[in-house]
Design a binder for this molecule. Structure first.
Ligand code: RP5
Length: 169
């Protein structure tokens, strides 16, 4: 389907439950991906290696998920010119706000496209949209997906109308 693979990096296996929706979307869109666990703090050398070689390894986008002092997306971004999408994971005393701030507040020159706390599905969709710039069949998949979203809103309107009628009965 896509010309490029997506590299999904998680700071810990404890981030997997959050990232399941990301993997599901990548699979739904038939986008090839590889997933790795790599920590900016516990395995910093491997993080640098992974990001430094990602472009040459055929990846077009990196998605990086981390919680707490979430430095992984920024560290990966420091070592590559590939777009990096950061997913702040909920958890710890600050419930993901710490991770959100750590990921979004990057210094000029090293951007990370940050999605919402636990916004793993949107990370996959954004990655797909980036890859679709150079892949017409993936662009068509995304157009169909948008139409499905539109139809789901219409369905909700029908349900709402039924609920309002039943309230009046
Ligand atoms: C971060 O610390 C990880 O991304 C994870 O969200 C958090 C906790 O990691 P574990 O202690 O569960 O391995 O680096």
């Amino acid at each position: 389907m896509a010309d490029f693979k997506v590299l999904v990096v998680m700071g810990s296996d404890s981030d997997f439950p959050v990232m399941e929706s990301c993997f599901k979307i990548l699979q739904k869109f038939e986008i090839p991906f590889e997933a790795r666990i790599c920590s900016a703090h516990r395995s910093p050398y491997q993080a640098a290696q992974l990001a430094s070689t990602a472009k040459a390894s055929g990846f077009g986008v990196i998605i990086a998920a981390a919680g707490l002092a979430a430095h992984l997306p920024g560290v990966l971004a420091a070592y590559t010119i590939l777009p990096v999408i950061g997913v702040p994971c909920k958890g710890g005393a600050l419930n993901g706000v710490d991770a959100l701030y750590a990921i979004v507040q990057m210094p000029t020159g090293i951007p990370v496209a940050t999605v919402a706390i636990d916004g793993a599905a949107n990370a996959a969709i954004l990655a797909a949209q980036i890859l679709a710039l150079q892949n017409e069949s993936l662009a068509q998949v995304l157009e169909t997906y948008k139409k499905e979203l539109e139809a789901s809103v219409e369905k909700r309107n029908e349900c709402l109308a039924e609920k309002l009628v039943s309230i009046g009965e």
